[in-house]
Design a protein. Structure first.
Lengths: 416, 323, 291
């Protein structure tokens, strides 16, 4: 009796408190300049489309997820929302994003200047779940000075995992708090997935029902990273003391770092080391680099779909991307913009080569598996792998039980 | 309710009014009387109660309802009765987080009360310079938890930390404070006590102000030493404050989240994964809002029980006046 | 308790004078040590706020930056045109909440502590009970409530839910209960009604408690992040805590500027606490009681 009205409170019928037809956009912030840049974008659009009001909300990264989902839950959903790696699989598999194909086909929208991998990465089950203005992928950062000092050649796209390890051995030196690590490898899920894939392993099966981290190849990949730590080439979690691997490079204590995408370049720019970028080394199964695809998606139950589509098109148009390119950390999603001088003339590209390695890695970019409850499994896998990085157990010992736990959770989820 | 004493004087107007009404109306005695005191009582609590009907009662009602649903925030809530509660009892992580949280509480409470009280007693003078000390002790409470986490990660570092360095002077081997299960939770408890010092210390300070000084003077004349004075005057009269500190610290420590999240992210291997952290994950990362709500209400039941026990056993010992 | 006892008291021996002094000294040492430990994070925050990026995490930790980067502070105003608005908004909301809650909570607490009326204890226990549900799950229902009241994206949405709180009522009730009744009784004999007693007798005597609650309300409201984040959407209306959160991106952290913002944000809190101490620690004499 009380249930019906209570349920009703959460419906988004009745619309948001904005005037009808307003496109409400929620985006996470990466730079202080975002607030003004996005506002300027909205204003430029509104000048061209006087009948479509747009309200952009730029939200601090820290509270972004909570804000978006609280708003959706309470019946005030955004019409367009930005979305990062971990949330996309969930959003997509819950069917929350509108399939843009329906809108594209109506007007024959030209997608050709997008990098094809971007479009592929945003397709799920034949649906196009969003569009984006930039993409990013994992690369390796290195300290040129340390290479010069050791008389070694800089890394390039031909390196294999063995090249990586042997160079690391020569670059590691010192002891204690001033030790320089030759090869710092991140242990959050993204670089680990890369290691697993490049050794020929997989994380989930095609249909998402099995965990494949306990296969021989996956174990080999994870163990390869653990071996770096074991040998002292990469720091233990203890030795990192809460710093990120990129920060270690910044303070001159790392020769090579595999942990970040292009955002690492902006971080390193603030430092004093002579850094540069190279593609990831190739494992036995070639190079595999995690494809970071944020996206702008339209909510399936938005009540201003057509208006939202107009604005979305503007956000990812050449004009739109060009105007915000200063705030983008990734590579612009449209080829002409990526090749334009705004990008190629920037300091990080000119002096530190922060463009070509990314383009070189694009063909091998690997998207996150689209499994519902992705965040849950990541959590389980992360916690389960802790003993591997501290050297207590080997990957072969730990991964089977991690997979068991994950598969239990998958079964639970599928039972619902 | 135990602890409230009555004096004849306070009742006079009420008694007089009641007597007058009685005499004139000759109504049956069991009808409630709307005397001045009762009316005043209701008027005084009215603003608070009206506010609470909306912001406490309604809100709690809805969240209790949510605990009976399955809800992923994106679709409509789906009523499933007590299924969430049932599922909780077969959830391994639920038990792990309860265990961690209870251990945390048991470490936190005695430490925080003894430390805060000691510091409050020591800092309770108008001597110049003490104001500086009080502010210094208060500072951790308002420091950014992020900064605190970074600094303490250093201090606790097994190779380079000051704490191990200090212990090394005494020939004690370095301890891997934050990365080994047995010491991670105590380390978190320690940081929480340190961070909460400002809150509890200030409460005790305020409570100490309410103890009339003439009692101390009389006791000193009596030859009572500092310990006797503490035991016979300070402690008994401080009990309302101590009680408040105890109740709020218990409520707060059961809901520990920030420290565990920022310093160890629930690790190593979930040894510092606390109840509220898990609740939050369920609600906003795993999209199980109904489940999270059930966790919240289960915690509520536990806290009600714990607080009830505190009231039952300790309220008798709470003296609002001496003698 | 007779004066006879005074004359039979034995004067303390010389030895215990030394012992007393040693105790006092070790007391000071302990206090100072604790103060030092308490201030380390503050020192790190200030130090980091003046550093350049590369020196934030070098080891051994560098306490004195290579050169003072005042720009870390100045850039906050430069990069965030709304920085002043945010500071002002935080003050505005916090002061409203503190004053309103002190009034409403003290009224309720007075009734619970001193007046008798049917349902008094039940209602008080209900308040206590409401403190036992974690706030996290109340966020969405409160949001729904705000939305229905049409208050979203307004400062009222932050102030109104904070006009009263169970913890404030609980705290003040405990303090009021320990005020000696003699003063109230005296006032009542003089013919004062309940409001007069509340306003002229209880409140002035409760300065330590009110100051304490006031300080903590100030801190809690000033540092609240989630509520302004969720309920506000226009950038110029944000509070300082939300504004500060823009300093970090999704994957990168700008420690120097974040610490600069945190230090700035901390200063009002420390000032408020210092000012409140005058009332919290009144020292030795309290009441004007005779004998």
């Amino acid at each position: 009796m009380l249930l019906a009205p209570a349920c009703g409170l959460f419906e988004s019928g009745g619309g948001s408190s904005e005037e009808p037809g307003t496109v409400v956009v929620m985006l996470p912030s990466d730079n202080p300049g975002d607030i003004q840049a996005r506002q300027a974008l909205a204003e430029a659009f509104m000048k061209q489309h006087e009948d479509i009001p747009v309200k952009i909300q730029v939200i601090p990264a820290e509270g972004y997820d909570q804000k978006v989902f609280t708003s959706i839950a309470a019946g005030e959903p955004p019409d367009i929302f930005g979305s990062g790696d971990v949330i996309i699989p969930t959003i997509v598999s819950k069917n929350y994003a509108l399939d843009l194909n329906t809108l594209i086909e109506k007007e024959d929208y030209d997608l050709s200047s997008f990098y094809p991998q971007v479009l592929d990465g945003l397709r799920f089950d034949g649906k196009l779940v969003g569009l984006t203005d930039n993409w990013d992928t994992q690369v390796m950062y290195y300290n040129r000075e340390l290479f010069d000092k050791a008389g070694l050649d800089y890394p390039d796209g031909t390196w294999t995992w063995d090249d990586f390890v042997s160079n690391a051995r020569q670059l590691t030196e010192g002891e204690g708090p001033e030790k320089v690590f030759g090869a710092v490898h991140g242990t959050w899920f993204v670089p680990i997935f890369d290691a697993v894939w490049s050794f020929g392993g997989e994380v989930f099966s095609e249909d998402g029902s099995e965990c494949l981290l306990d296969s021989k190849e996956s174990v080999a990949g994870v163990q390869a990273v653990a071996d770096l730590i074991e040998e002292g080439l990469s720091p233990t979690p203890e030795q990192l003391e809460g710093q990120s691997p990129t920060q270690l490079l910044l303070s001159g204590r790392a020769a090579m770092v595999i942990d970040a995408g292009r955002w690492g370049a902006f971080e390193l720019q603030e430092g004093r080391v002579d850094w540069a970028v190279a593609p990831l080394p190739k494992g036995p199964a070639g190079r595999q680099n995690f494809f970071h695809l944020g996206m702008f998606a339209i909510a399936r139950n938005s009540d201003s779909k057509e208006n939202a589509w107009e604005f979305l098109k503007y956000m990812v148009s050449k004009e739109g991307i060009q105007s915000t390119v200063d705030n983008l950390q990734g590579i612009p999603a449209r080829k002409p913009v990526a090749k334009s001088s705004v990008v190629t003339d920037s300091a990080i590209v000119q002096e530190h080569d922060a463009l070509d390695p990314f383009l070189e890695s694009l063909p091998t970019a690997h998207t996150a598996p689209y499994v519902e409850d992705f965040a849950v499994y990541i959590d389980t896998i992360g916690a389960g792998m802790d003993p591997i990085w501290s050297g207590e157990k080997s990957a072969a010992e730990v991964l089977p039980s991690v997979c068991d736990k994950v598969e239990e959770q998958i079964a639970e989820q599928q039972a619902q | 309710m135990a602890g409230t004493s009555t004096t004849g004087v306070a009742n006079e107007p009420a008694v007089a009014a009641a007597a007058a009404a009685d005499a004139s109306a000759k109504k049956p005695p069991r009808r409630p009387r709307l005397n001045k005191e009762t009316l005043a009582g209701y008027l005084f609590i009215a603003p608070g109660v009206i506010h609470s009907l909306l912001f406490i009662v309604f809100v709690l009602f809805v969240s209790a309802f949510l605990s009976l649903t399955r809800w992923d925030l994106v679709s409509s809530p789906e009523f499933i009765g007590i299924q969430n509660y049932v599922d909780l009892f077969s959830d391994e992580l639920f038990f792990i987080t309860i265990k961690n949280t209870v251990i945390f509480v048991l470490m936190f409470i005695p430490l925080t009360i003894t430390l805060s009280l000691s510091v409050a007693l020591a800092a309770n003078t108008k001597l110049r310079g003490l104001a500086f000390f009080r502010t210094a002790y208060f500072f951790p409470y308002v420091a950014s938890m992020v900064a605190v986490a970074i600094v303490f990660r250093w201090l606790f570092s097994s190779d380079y930390g000051l704490i191990n360095g200090f212990l090394g002077w005494f020939g004690i081997d370095p301890v891997n404070w934050l990365n080994s299960c047995s010491t991670a939770l105590p380390s978190i408890a320690f940081v929480s006590v340190w961070k909460g010092l400002g809150w509890n210390m200030t409460l005790f300070l305020a409570g100490l102000q309410g103890i009339p000084s003439h009692l101390y003077e009389a006791a000193a004349l009596d030859g009572a030493g500092r310990w006797r004075q503490f035991r016979d005057i300070t402690w008994p009269l401080l009990t309302p404050t101590t009680f408040f500190v105890l109740v709020t610290s218990v409520l707060g420590s059961f809901q520990v989240f920030d420290t565990a999240y920022l310093m160890t992210q629930g690790g190593p291997e979930r040894c510092t994964y606390t109840y509220l952290y898990y609740l939050y994950q369920q609600g906003f990362r795993f999209f199980n809002m109904g489940y999270a709500a059930a966790m919240a209400w289960l915690l509520f039941a536990v806290l009600i029980a714990v607080t009830f026990i505190q009231f039952k056993f300790l309220n008798k010992r709470v003296n609002y006046e001496l003698g | 308790m007779s004066s006879a006892d005074v004359s039979t008291r034995v004067p303390p021996a010389q030895g215990s004078q030394v012992a007393k002094r040693a105790r006092r000294l070790s007391g000071y040492v302990a206090l100072s040590f604790l103060a030092a430990v308490s201030l380390i994070p503050f020192a790190w925050m200030i130090s980091t706020s003046f550093k350049q990026r590369f020196e934030v995490f070098i080891y051994p930790p560098r306490w004195i930056p290579e050169s003072l980067q005042w720009d870390n502070y100045l850039s906050l105003w430069r990069d965030f045109p709304f920085w002043n608005n945010w500071i002002f908004n935080s003050f505005k909301i916090t002061i409203f909440v503190v004053l309103a809650q002190l009034l409403v909570c003290s009224m309720s607490a007075y009734a619970f502590a001193r007046l008798r009326f049917p349902g008094r204890d039940l209602i008080f226990y209900l308040y206590l009970g409401s403190m036992m549900v974690p706030d996290v799950v109340n966020l969405i229902p409160t949001f729904v409530l705000m939305r229905s009241l049409g208050l979203l994206d307004s400062h009222a949405s932050l102030i109104i839910p904070a006009l009263a709180s169970a913890i404030g009522i609980f705290m003040l009730r405990q303090f009021f209960l320990s005020i000696p009744r003699e003063l109230e009784d005296a006032a009542r004999v003089d013919g004062a009604g309940y409001w007069r007693i509340y306003w002229d007798v209880i409140l002035p005597l409760s300065k330590p408690a009110l100051a304490t609650l006031g300080v903590f309300l100030f801190i809690w409201t000033w540092t609240d992040f989630i509520t302004p984040l969720i309920f506000l959407s226009s950038p110029e209306k944000y509070t300082l805590t939300v504004g500060q959160a823009f300093i970090n991106g999704q994957r990168s952290s700008d420690w120097e500027r974040l610490m600069a913002a945190n230090v700035m944000s901390l200063i009002p809190l420390l000032i408020v606490y210092l000012a409140a101490q005058r009332h919290i620690v009144q020292g030795v004499t309290l009441t004007g009681l005779k004998g």
